[in-house]
Design a protein around this ligand. Structure first.
Ligand SMILES: Cc1cc2nc3c(=O)[nH]c(=O)nc-3n(C[C@H](O)[C@H](O)[C@H](O)COP(=O)(O)O)c2cc1C
Length: 223
């Protein structure tokens, strides 16, 4: 598979088969992803992956916090913070298209909340990864994390593995840090649920495919 094909094939998948991804495939992807570039080669990334019974225990622990009424407490401001104008508009369009794709009325707050809760079920994926980096690092180093994340997602695509990047998985870091060997000084930036796509699921239908702006909206080339 060419990189161009992997870039175009990747999309966020939110329903998965139970079948786990073999550990050697996960290790191969990490082995390749470590070649991602980073500022001054600092390689700030840390990834902690949870599968099987431990994955279920972590899901239960996160839900226990949510059900106890604990409000989200991410270390970094969530991705939607401070959105205005066209960005706010795109966020709204994305949400409405997503709800429509699964037959949820945009006014139906309860159904929307139910869908949102699936984030902490890892959308049924057999594996969830948590990406963290030192909390003291500047946000410029988040670029390194983003490059690392996309490298992993594309390498997964090449191997038929689907994934869902999730800012939501940074919002209840307590159980994650208690159960996984995330370095104490690190803060969780996002998660990545992954596995084999359930291609029959409505939530993965092409109706949920997000379009992009044309190049001239975001680029200029001056000579
Ligand atoms: C950093 C990041 C955080 C995201 N957080 C979430 C999330 O918490 N829950 C979710 O369902 N999707 C999440 N997404 C998926 C985006 O909604 C998705 O990438 C976007 O709508 C474009 O769709 P595509 O990935 O299918 O091309 C996130 C994506 C990124 C890159």
């Amino acid at each position: 598979m060419k990189v161009s094909e992997a870039v175009q094939t990747r999309r966020t998948i939110r329903a998965f088969k139970d079948e786990p991804v073999p550990e050697e495939v996960i290790r191969e992807v990490l082995e390749l992803a470590r070649h991602a570039p980073s500022n001054s080669n600092t390689q700030p990334w840390r990834i902690d992956i949870v599968s099987g019974a431990a994955r279920q225990r972590l899901q239960d622990a996160i839900f226990a916090e949510i059900q106890a009424g604990v409000k989200p407490y991410p270390a970094f401001p969530p991705g939607g913070t401070g959105l205005k104008g066209r960005y706010k508009e795109r966020q709204r369009e994305c949400a409405f298209q997503y709800f429509a794709a699964v037959g949820i009325d945009k006014e139906d707050k309860k159904a929307r909340m139910g869908l949102s809760m699936k984030n902490w079920e890892f959308f049924g994926a057999p594996h969830a990864a948590f990406l963290s980096y030192p909390a003291t690092m500047h946000r410029a180093n988040a670029i390194d994390m983003g490059i690392f994340l996309q490298t992993i997602m594309l390498l997964f695509v090449e191997r038929g593995v689907a994934s869902c990047p999730q800012g939501a998985l940074a919002t209840y870091p307590g159980p994650v840090k208690a159960m996984l060997p995330v370095p104490e000084e690190n803060a969780i930036l996002c998660g990545l649920s992954f596995g084999y796509a359930d291609t029959e699921a409505q939530i993965n239908s092409t109706a949920a495919k997000m379009e992009r702006e044309p190049v001239d909206v975001f680029a200029s080339i001056t000579s």
